[in-house]
Structures are given as structure tokens and as C-alpha cells.
Design a protein around this ligand. Structure first.
Ligand code: AMP
Ligand code: GLY
Length: 444
């Protein structure tokens, strides 16, 4: 079967890498792809938001499955367009992608389905939001632009003055464009943040192995929020019971409510959660796989990726049975451009990728690269994700960092502490969670 992967990042490279290992794979295509994917797939010069171009490309190349990586084409309706021409796709329709496309919709759905999430109010008028901000007595609160804002439309505010300023920035000055014409005002939750992903076929929820990313730019979880500077899998911090609670209380009711309301969800469902004293609560849903979480999951996947993705796209997950994973741990280190996330200067020559990829138990996924006259150059803020695999997380991490040493580009920056929460020398956060894990409970 010919397969098209839509996207140009590390997540999509990891999908391509997993599909390339599949026994029934025919020709693999990526649109637009990147320099890494080009080694395993034919890259097509079609942008992720060119829906017509993508559908035409899939038809012309007799593609039997389209795997859609990023949220933008999903929210724009790529899967609907593919369904119209009877090409199965891994990804939700526009109606189902609304779960990520509108925070207000997501919160209302949680309320209808009794899924635990922070208390909230939605506002369409800045004057009403400001009046509300002036009436609040306990702080902080969280203000979120309703629509997609490339991960930036969330502001934590600590008093009335800051809240009013935030409402002005988002609703009146439209700092995040149209997505801020409606806002959600949310209670602030305290706890440990984590995410859980599942493959969903409309009905059946196949929870993926636990993975965790590191969102802060610098070591020790300092600095600004990023798309993720590294990830690891599995995670022992998450007990089996918590994992099951998340499946039962969050993922299953979400999928069933969506189906009942005519928004059948197929694809990768990503729940961002806060583990509060009252149990797991939803912060957000994404309608696509995490990046770099997918980069540490795909190398551990033992079930045939093409069979698995096709089953999810065609509503056959229950027939497929258990998804199998390698017992190895994976640790992924993101190599970023010096000023990421504030500024990105593309076009820097990258050296040493081939040498890094030759290390035993290492895979190098390209997140933002291009080839110019044969030379590999940077083409984004996050450039490469170097993944080590080994029987222990410590071993996986050592392999990843040894391979990182071989790679260089100007102003290359990376975190040196990926996985720190779960390693022996970690701080009290890890040791208290370790105590939870050792309290006679098996871990997820
Ligand atoms: P979101 O895009 O909704 O996941 O928000 C981005 C980040 O803001 C999350 O990863 C959390 O760190 C933080 N955040 C969002 N909502 C809340 C909340 N209700 N309470 C505390 N932190 C939050
Ligand atoms: N790594 C976080 C995300 O993909 O949303």
C-alpha cells in the first residue's frame, strides 16, 4: 500500500520511519517532508495547508492511507476532503478537530460529558470579560484565546490589572489574530503536568505507552515554554491506576460523546492533563500526536505501523487487539537553534548527522532541516531530535547524548537533563513520586 505522510517535522519523520519498517508498505510519500524524510520517502512539494494539492497528490499516486501530522490541515478539513474521494486518513475530520480548534467547545464538551477540567467562563465581548476580571477575588487565573494560536494563546494572570491587560491584548489588540475574538477564563490548577495519547478509531481507544516531554527551554525546567525540548518513554512516574483513571474518566467519555454528537474522532488524541489532589483534570486536547513525544514512541512500536494506522483510520482497532511495544526505554534530545523559541535564523550548515545515526541504538529524526546544494541546513527552531534506545532510561539517555556529541551547527543548543525526573540523582519531585510508585502498585 502506498502511504502519504503530511507534515515536515520530527513527528512526521518518526511516522515515516515506523511505516518504512512495515511489511506491506509500497511507496512512501511525504508532503512537504524534510531532508531526513527524503531518505525514506519521496518528498512532494505541497504545503500542509494546500488541501486541494494534497488530495490531488494522494489520488495521482494511488495512496491507500494518508497520515496527517499537524493540526492545521486537520482543523481546515483535509480529512473531510480525503473521505470525499474515498481515501482513508489517520486524523479527525474538521468537526472532530474542533476539539483542538476551539477551547470553548472543548470546555463545554467536558461539562456535558462530566469530564474533570478546571472551572471556566467563556466571553465573546471584551467589556464583559473585563467586568468579570474586576469581580474575581482569588488569583491566579488563566486566560486562553479560543482558537489555534500555535501554542501561544495561554496567559496566566496574577491580579486584576494583569487580567484586564491580557483581555485587551487578546481580544482587542488581537495579539493571536482571530483566535482571540473569544476567550476562556479558567481557574488555575496546581499539580504535576503530563500528557496521555491514544489511537482512536471512532469507538475504540488504544492508549499509547506513557511518554513525557520537557516543555521549558532550559535545564531544570527553567525559561520560556517551547514545543518541547526532549521526551522519554516509558514513564514510571505515572502509576497504572492513574493511567487507567485517565482512560476511563477522560479519553473514553470524550470519544463516546464526540461520536454521539456527530463528531466521530479518528486519529491520535492527545490529552494534556494536570494531576491534581482531586485526580487528573484536562488542560487541553490536541487532535494529533505530540512532538517530540511521537519520536520516542515510534521506535518502541512493535505492532506493524501500517496495520495499526490503517485499522484506526478504518474503525478496525478492536479487531487488531493489543498494541505491542518494545521493553526498551527511549530518550529523545532536541537540538534547537540558539534563540529558539524567541527567534529563529534558518540556513545554518549542519554537520555530523550521519555519524550520529551510526551509533548503536540511535535514531536521528529531522524536525526542521533542508538540503541546499547537497548541504544539510537548519530550517526551523527545533532542528533535530536525537533518540537513544536501550534497556534502561539511563542507557537510552547515555546513547542519545553520545550521538549528540557528533552533531554541530552554529548556536546549537540542547537541554542536558532530558529524563531527569526519573533518574536516580533526581530531585525531590522524582523521589516523592518514586515513593508513590513503590507503594505496592504496578506502574504504567
Ligand atoms: P494549554 O495550551 O491549554 O495546554 O495551556 C498551555 C500551558 O498553560 C499548559 O501546558 C499549562 O502549563 C498551563 N495551563 C493551562 N491551563 C491551566 C490551568 N487551568 N491551570 C494551570 N496551568 C494551566
Ligand atoms: N510536545 C507537546 C505537543 O506536541 O503539544
Amino acid at each position: 500500500m502506498n502511504v502519504l505522510v503530511v507534515g515536515s517535522g520530527g513527528r512526521e519523520h518518526a511516522y515515516v520511519d515506523a511505516l518504512a519498517r512495515s511489511k506491506n508498505i509500497g511507496r512512501l510519500y511525504a508532503a512537504p517532508g524534510n531532508a531526513g524524510m527524503a531518505e525514506q520517502a519521496e518528498c512532494l512539494d505541497v504545503a500542509v495547508d494546500d488541501l486541494e494539492g494534497l488530495v490531488a497528490a494522494a489520488q495521482q499516486r494511488d495512496v491507500g492511507l494518508v497520515v496527517v501530522g499537524p493540526e492545521v490541515p486537520l482543523v481546515a478539513g483535509l480529512v473531510d476532503a480525503l473521505i470525499e474521494v474515498e481515501i482513508p486518513a489517520l486524523g479527525p475530520t474538521k468537526a472532530a478537530a474542533h476539539l483542538e480548534g476551539s477551547k470553548a467547545f472543548m470546555k463545554d464538551l467536558c461539562r456535558r460529558a462530566r469530564i474533570p477540567t478546571a472551572g471556566y467562563r467563556t466571553f465573546n465581548e471584551a467589556s464583559e470579560a473585563i467586568a468579570y476580571a474586576e469581580s474575581i477575588e482569588t488569583w491566579p487565573h488563566v486566560i486562553k484565546a479560543d482558537g489555534l494560536a500555535a501554542g501561544k494563546g495561554v496567559l496566566i494572570v496574577h491580579d486584576t490589572t494583569a487580567a484586564v491587560a491580557a483581555v485587551r491584548t487578546v481580544m482587542l489588540e488581537q495579539a493571536f489574530g482571530d483566535s482571540g475574538s473569544r476567550i476562556v477564563f479558567e481557574e488555575f490548577l496546581v499539580g504535576e503536568e503530563l500528557s496521555v495519547m491514544a489511537l482512536v478509531d471512532g469507538e475504540t481507544v488504544a492508549v499509547l505507552e506513557p511518554s513525557r516531554d520537557h516543555k521549558a527551554a532550559f535545564d531544570g525546567d527553567e525559561g520560556p515554554n517551547t514545543g518541547g525540548m526532549g521526551a522519554f518513554s516509558p514513564s514510571r512516574l505515572l502509576t497504572r491506576r492513574t493511567y487507567e483513571q485517565i482512560e476511563e474518566r477522560v479519553l473514553v467519555p470524550t470519544v463516546h460523546t464526540m461520536a454521539k454528537e456527530g463528531r466521530t474522532f479518528r486519529g491520535v488524541l492527545y490529552a494534556g492533563l494536570m494531576l491534581t489532589a482531586e485526580g487528573p483534570m484536562v488542560l487541553e486536547f490536541n487532535v494529533r500526536g505530540g512532538d517530540p513525544e511521537i519520536e520516542v514512541l515510534m521506535p518502541r512500536l512493535q505492532t506493524d505501523a501500517l496495520e495499526l494506522f490503517s485499522a484506526a483510520a478504518e474503525g478496525r482497532l478492536a479487531e487488531l487487539g493489543e498494541v505491542n511495544w518494545s521493553d526498551d526505554a527511549a530518550c529523545g534530545v532536541v537540538l534547537a537553534d540558539g534563540d529558539y523559541p524567541s527567534k529563529v535564523t534558518p540556513g545554518k550548515s549542519i554537520e555530523g548527522v550521519a555519524a550520529a545515526a551510526r551509533h548503536e541504538g540511535v535514531r536521528v529524526y529531522h524536525m526542521g532541516t533542508r538540503r541546499v546544494d547537497g548541504q544539510l541546513v537548519t530550517a526551523g527552531g527545533r532542528v533535530l531530535c536525537v533518540v537513544g534506545l536501550a534497556p534502561t532510561l539511563q542507557g537510552a539517555r547515555a546513547r542519545a547524548y553520545a550521538a549528540v556529541d557528533d552533531i554541530s551547527f552554529q548556536d546549537m543548543r540542547w537541554r542536558t537533563d532530558i529524563g531527569w525526573r526519573e533518574l536516580p540523582a533526581a530531585d525531590s519531585a522524582a523521589s516523592s513520586a518514586g515513593a508513590e510508585a513503590s507503594a505496592g502498585e504496578s506502574t504504567a
